[in-house]
Design a binder for this molecule. Structure first.
Ligand SMILES: Cc1cc2nc3c(=O)[nH]c(=O)nc-3n(C[C@H](O)[C@H](O)[C@H](O)COP(=O)(O)O)c2cc1C
Length: 129
């Protein structure tokens, strides 16, 4: 199974709800799970599932004009899913920064140390900005 993590820049005010709606349908169909995080400036996404399915989804996502400057941070084979269900991490209205970080920590509980560190540092950095 392939796990891919990339970061990108938000190109224009992207409607996260519509990205998520399409992703949920497609990813369920294709056996892909993962996590999509956005702070409005960057996207950080992990995709995992059958290698061909992840490569195909990434090829589609890469062409999406709602973001640009995609950089793959990690590409590795994993024996089991580390992200569990497909999830989108977005800071909810009224949610404290600490609550948000705690929620992300739960989502990342089973990921490998490098991937967890990538998400952790990105999220804490953005929070501090
Ligand atoms: C940041 C970002 C993340 C995305 N993540 C996914 C995803 O995980 N799965 C997916 O199918 N599409 C994702 N998309 C949408 C794809 O780029 C594309 O619009 C969609 O897959 C097209 O699906 P359709 O052919 O069923 O309309 C994402 C788009 C963006 C901008």
């Amino acid at each position: 199974m392939l796990q891919l993590v990339y970061i990108s820049s938000v190109a224009r005010a992207a409607d996260l709800a519509s990205i998520l709606a399409v992703s949920r349908i497609n990813n369920r169909r294709d056996g892909i799970s993962g996590l999509l995080y956005s702070d409005g400036v960057r996207f950080l996404q992990a995709l995992e599932g059958p290698t061909l399915a992840v490569e195909t989804a990434y090829a589609r996502i890469k062409q999406d004009p709602r973001h640009n400057a995609l950089v793959i941070l990690s590409r590795r084979e994993v024996a089991t899913r580390e992200f569990g269900d497909w999830a989108m991490a977005e800071r909810r209205v009224g949610e404290e920064g600490d609550q948000f970080c705690a929620r992300i920590d739960r989502l990342l509980a089973n990921t490998g140390p490098n991937v967890r560190a990538t998400f952790d540092s990105f999220i804490k950095l953005r929070r501090a900005a």
